[in-house]
Each structure stands twice: as structure tokens, then as C-alpha cells.
Design a protein around this ligand. Sequence first.
Ligand code: HEM
Length: 84
Amino acid sequence: MTQFNDSFVRCINDPLFLDQFYEVFLASSDEIRAMFKDTDMGTQKAMLMTSLVYMSDAHKDTPGLLASIAEKHDKDHLNTEVSQ
Ligand code: HEM
């Protein structure tokens, strides 16, 4: 767990981490790029950073938070299931 936390802290303290994350993620598929075509990526990066912090703490508390993020991404909402 210490190793995970140390690594996570190094990532979130590096301003290039999310830029590079979305660069690789968006380059990985046309389908994914299309999903984010109207997205304000500055806001999106801030939101993902917050979500990652919550996720790294999810074993301790806030169980409802992950469920609500999962619901937002499911078939009835963002429908992020990407075909292979
Ligand atoms: C660790 C995994 C992920 C986390 C924690 C996460 C978290 C989030 C959060 C918090 C939002 C904002 C929801 C809101 O508006 O209230 C969001 C939006 C979104 N997510 Fe994710 N997400 C993840 C993975 C993915 C993946 C794998 C995809 C697509 C393949 C995806 C596609 C989207 C899209 C299209 C939006 C909407 C962007 C917009 O507002 O225009 N997400 N995500």
C-alpha cells in the first residue's frame, strides 16, 4: 500500500501526468476521441484528478461515490462501453 501511495503521489504532483494520460487515451481510439469531442479537457482533467483521489481512498470510505461514477458511465448515461 505504501508503494501504491508513493507512486500515486508522484503522479498527481506531476503537472504533465494528466496531459500525457489523456494524450495516450485519446490517441488510442477514434471512438474514444469522438466521445470527448465537445469536452472541456481542462475541466475533465480536474474532474479525473478528483476521482482518482477518491478512488485511491475507496477502500476506506465513500463507497457511494464509485457507484455513482459507475452509473454515470453505464449504458443509460454516458454509455462508455467501447467495442473491441
Ligand atoms: C478510472 C476511470 C474513470 C473515472 C474515475 C472517470 C470519472 C469521470 C467523471 C467524474 C466524469 C464527470 C461526470 C460528470 O459530469 O458528473 C467523467 C466523465 C466522462 N467520462 Fe469518465 N471516468 C473514467 C473512465 C472513463 C472511460 C474509460 C471513458 C471512455 C471510454 C470515459 C468517458 C467519459 C466521458 C465521455 C465523460 C463525459 C465528458 C463530458 O462531460 O463531456 N471515462 N468521467
